[in-house]
Ligand binder design. Structure first.
Ligand code: SF4
Length: 340
């Protein structure tokens, strides 16, 4: 077992000097390797294989290095290791919990809320989170080519009430800087657009993603920039993540975080308090704490509303107001998130 620890640590370290693209292409994508690298008992393998068949495993080394080997309860491992429960059908858990299919006026664009639209900038993610509400999203039908982007851009140009473009995915930062620089150039030429918001987990999963290529287009746009990270546990924030956040801030980005409340991962007061504290140390403000979207295969992560509300009440005694995330749920058809 000791050997595994050294191999895992050494390998992760060796990867750090490579580009983010190489790190992504070397990500672990099968249950055997994941279990082996972390020295997990063979009893976890059948569940991992069953879940993997429904939604692929993807774990880059830079993230793996933050997982404690030999610990099936590690809060980062629980986010990426498929278990047999994913195959269970649960009443009310569906493939498109937010009913986004109803809000796609043109390919690659979701217009749900007033004044802002969401663009699916990349179908890929750098990590596959088991609780993801888009685990069944038909990305192949929604990743436009450059020509098809024109249709989405025309939609934005024509609607002067839209002030904010939100790049989403998958993970929008999984797209190349060339593509992103082109897209942002198109967006900033639309006079009524004021803000560019990017929802991403990549700076957390592979901190080297925040490289010069990214900072050059992000740092130079006239649009106000907000990056909403997705971090669920303080252990996800190592020094490399802090450094990536610092680089984003130096480029003029406002940094926020949203988390998902997850059973056995962050469903207690000390863990949530530590997350907020650690986020602030990294220069990030807690923004939302989402209750789980009822996506098929993720019911075992659910924390009931009453318990979630009690947790937030208790958390108030441990944190200053500006470090309190807002507990929300996304309700299909509603014009905004619903506070709980
Ligand atoms: S990074 Fe975000 S979109 Fe991708 S799998 Fe994780 S939660 Fe889902």
């Amino acid at each position: 077992m000791q050997e595994n620890i050294i191999i895992a640590g050494h390998h992760a370290h060796a990867q750090v000097s490579t580009s983010w693209q190489q790190q992504l292409s070397h990500a672990i994508r099968d249950p055997d390797t994941l279990c082996q690298r972390l020295g997990l008992d063979a009893q976890w393998l059948p569940g991992a294989q069953a879940g993997h068949r429904l939604f692929d495993i993807c774990v880059p080394d830079a993230y793996l290095a933050r997982i404690k080997p030999n610990d099936p309860n590690d809060p980062l491992l629980r986010q990426v290791l498929p278990i047999g429960d994913e195959t269970l059908a649960s009443p009310g858990y569906v493939t498109d919990p937010l009913e986004e299919a109803d809000h796609r006026p043109v390919k690659g664009l979701i217009h749900k809320y007033a004044n802002r639209v969401l663009l699916i900038a990349s179908p890929a993610c750098a990590i596959n989170c088991r609780y993801c509400f888009r685990r069944h999203f038909p990305y192949s039908e929604n990743s436009p080519s450059r020509a098809q982007w024109q249709e989405a851009l025309d939609y934005l140009r024509a609607d002067t009430s839209i002030h904010e473009a939100i790049l989403s995915g998958g993970d929008p930062l999984a797209a190349s800087d060339r593509q992103l620089a082109w897209l942002v150039e198109q967006l900033e030429s639309i006079p009524h657009l004021k803000r560019l918001r990017i929802h991403t987990r990549l700076p957390v999963v592979i901190p080297d993603r925040v490289d010069e290529g990214l900072l050059s287009w992000l740092g130079s746009t006239r649009l106000q920039k907000v990056v909403v990270l997705h971090i669920n546990h303080a252990n996800e924030i190592d020094q490399a993540v802090v450094d990536a956040c610092t680089r984003l801030k130096q480029a003029g980005v406002t940094l926020l975080n949203q988390s998902v409340l997850l059973r056995d991962i962050n469903d207690n007061v000390p863990t949530l308090a530590a997350l907020s504290e650690r986020l602030f140390e990294a220069g990030v403000l807690p923004y939302y704490l989402h209750v789980l979207d009822p996506v098929q295969g993720a019911a075992h992560f659910d924390v009931p509303d009453k318990e979630a509300q009690a947790l937030i009440q208790a958390l108030l005694e441990h944190l200053p107001g500006f470090l309190m995330p807002r507990l929300v749920r996304e309700v299909p058809g509603k014009m905004s998130k619903t506070p709980l």
